[in-house]
Ligand binder design. Structure first.
Ligand SMILES: [Zn+2]
Length: 246
């Protein structure tokens, strides 16, 4: 089972220790972990997070799918330097939190880097119009050689529209309501959905949540509501095309 969307680091009042996050996910049955840090508003911890990631990869190697979360002000040369040190698979863009719509040049530069380094780009979707899934349609359509992952699938109508028009687009299930995942499947896109959870930041929104229990519930809801065959697609099979070199 692959989880393409997990975090380590400081998030509001909680610090999520990477070793603990990874250990818990392995215990929960995840065999490959799409892992990224939690970036600050001004992105001043990109490099520090990269240092942590270097140590993680040294220890866990292929169990981790490393994701480089960048800020619009992260310099191109610094991104290249980090990519040269560590074989990141995905570049993460949080359009809502980091106001990427104000930096069209940074987006273009990131697309160029993704193309050159053969990386996928993960867009956080939701929050405001400029970071709704639909806002990324032109980018997905104009860069068919790059794989895009619409994290959270928000809103689902716009996500479906992109999946319909862009064979290179996928979406993940992090915090996606089961009703939206079903809409997506009913529209014919069960091959384009990737399992992701945002583990373990759910406890930052509700301190009463037991993360491990939440995770197991999430898995059983998906299995029960979607059936074993779709579940196995979104947790394993669909990744074969997205991350074919892992
Ligand atoms: Zn996330």
């Amino acid at each position: 089972m692959i989880d393409i969307h997990t975090h380590f680091g400081q998030f509001y009042n909680n610090y999520y220790d990477p070793e603990q996050v990874i250990g818990n996910l392995i215990k929960l049955g995840v065999t490959q972990i799409g892992l990224m840090p939690t970036l600050t508003k001004n992105g001043d911890n990109v490099f520090e997070s990269h240092q942590v990631m270097l140590k993680i990869i040294e220890k866990y190697d292929k169990q981790i799918i490393p994701i480089l979360w960048v800020h619009p002000k992260t310099k191109k040369n610094d991104i290249y330097a980090m990519l040269n040190q560590l074989p990141y698979k995905i570049l993460k863009v949080h359009g809502y939190f980091h106001d990427w719509h104000k930096y069209p040049k940074s987006i273009q530069s990131l697309i160029n880097i993704a193309r050159q380094k053969q990386l996928s780009i993960m867009f956080h979707t939701g929050g405001r119009k400029e970071s709704y899934a639909f806002s990324y349609k032109a980018i997905c359509k104009n860069n068919l050689d790059i794989t895009f992952i619409l994290a959270h699938s928000r809103p689902v109508a716009g996500t479906i529209n992109i999946l319909k028009n862009c064979p290179n687009a996928y979406c993940d299930t992090a915090f996606t309501p089961i009703s939206d995942i079903k809409k997506n499947i009913e529209s014919g896109f069960e091959d384009k959905i990737l399992f992701g959870t945002d583990f373990p930041v759910m406890s930052a929104f509700d301190s009463g949540i037991d993360n491990e229990r939440w995770y197991l519930n999430n898995i059983s809801t998906l299995k029960n509501e979607l059936g074993e065959s779709v579940f196995s697609k979104i947790t394993i099979k669909n990744f074969q095309t997205v991350l074919n070199n892992i």
